[in-house]
Design a protein around this ligand. Structure first.
Ligand SMILES: [Fe+2]
Length: 287
């Protein structure tokens, strides 16, 4: 009997602790040095919101984003949960306020890509959602490159939408060596190149292609993080994903993987608080 009471107590404490943990996020600051940057500037990265709201109409997230004083807000996908249309409404409310803070650039995650398929049950609702998103002034990017102004800097911004095959559960489907060059041409290697690419499994490809900094999400920090080791499992059910969360330097280029702001299916975060990214680009002398 005592054992049963103890188990029940532990379960209840765990449930309350998870609810408390899932209601919080932190702001993680990163610095990205580059000789291609003329003057310092900050950007915000909101990844994998999955329709979460921190406070009434996401006011806590909006306030923390505004504090960064970002020149741009980058969204590398999964703002919503594909099967839950109520999350589309939450996202629209949040985007309505985000565009007042800074220009917003939104690229697709696997949830948006799934909804783009005509046979998807929520496809028409999604099309309506995207029309509303564009009407707000959000720049929606498929696989493409644009030249944008960030403060005094003219930079290149690219986005990559991977086919859904690359999100197969239980494995990491190899990306062909030529994939990046075939799908995205580098427009100006002299200019600072940013890439929004949802899936961090292909971090090496992004750096190799020429992205000075890539912003990824998708892994949600791995649901459960083991201190000193890292992420336990990815949303694709691969164990100990290599690019789970944080800043990685690959051949002098950076890949920053967000732990994301929301969850879906398994609402679990252990030692893995949700995060908003504040990234400062700073000039660096050419060596
Ligand atoms: Fe994802």
């Amino acid at each position: 009997m005592i054992i049963l009471v103890i188990i029940l107590f532990v379960v209840l404490v765990s449930i309350f602790w998870q609810r408390w943990e899932l209601g919080k996020f932190e702001v993680t600051h990163y610095t990205v040095p580059s000789a291609k940057i003329k003057s310092p500037l900050s950007v915000a990265v909101i990844s994998d919101l999955h329709g979460f709201s921190y406070g009434e109409q996401n006011h806590k997230l909006l306030e923390e984003t505004a504090k960064i004083k970002p020149k741009a807000i980058f969204i590398p996908g999964d703002l919503l949960v594909s099967k839950y249309p109520h999350t589309y409404r939450t996202v629209l409310e949040t985007l309505t306020e985000l565009v007042k803070i800074a220009p917003v650039y939104y690229s697709y995650g696997n949830h948006e890509s799934r909804l783009r398929e005509e046979e998807c049950v929520n496809h028409e609702l999604f099309e309506q959602y995207m029309q509303n998103v564009r009407a707000l002034g959000v720049t929606v990017m498929g696989t493409e490159t644009r030249s944008i102004t960030l403060g005094e800097n003219q930079v290149m911004l690219s986005a990559l939408e991977l086919e859904l095959d690359y999100y197969e559960k239980g494995s990491i489907v190899p990306l062909e060596a030529s994939y990046m060059r075939e799908h995205l041409s580098l427009v100006d290697a002299e200019k600072f190149q940013i890439l929004l690419a949802h899936n961090p499994a292909y971090a090496e490809h992004y750096a190799e292609w020429g992205a000075d900094v890539t912003f990824c999400g998708h892994n949600h920090g791995g649901l459960v993080r083991i201190p000193g080791i890292g992420s336990l499992v990815s949303p694709q059910w691969t164990l100990f994903p290599k690019y789970d969360a944080g800043k990685f330097e690959l051949k002098g280029r950076f890949v920053i993987v967000s732990r994301g702001l929301g969850t879906h299916t398994f609402h679990v975060r252990v030692f893995n608080r949700a995060e908003l990214l504040a990234v400062e680009f700073v000039p660096q002398r050419r060596g």
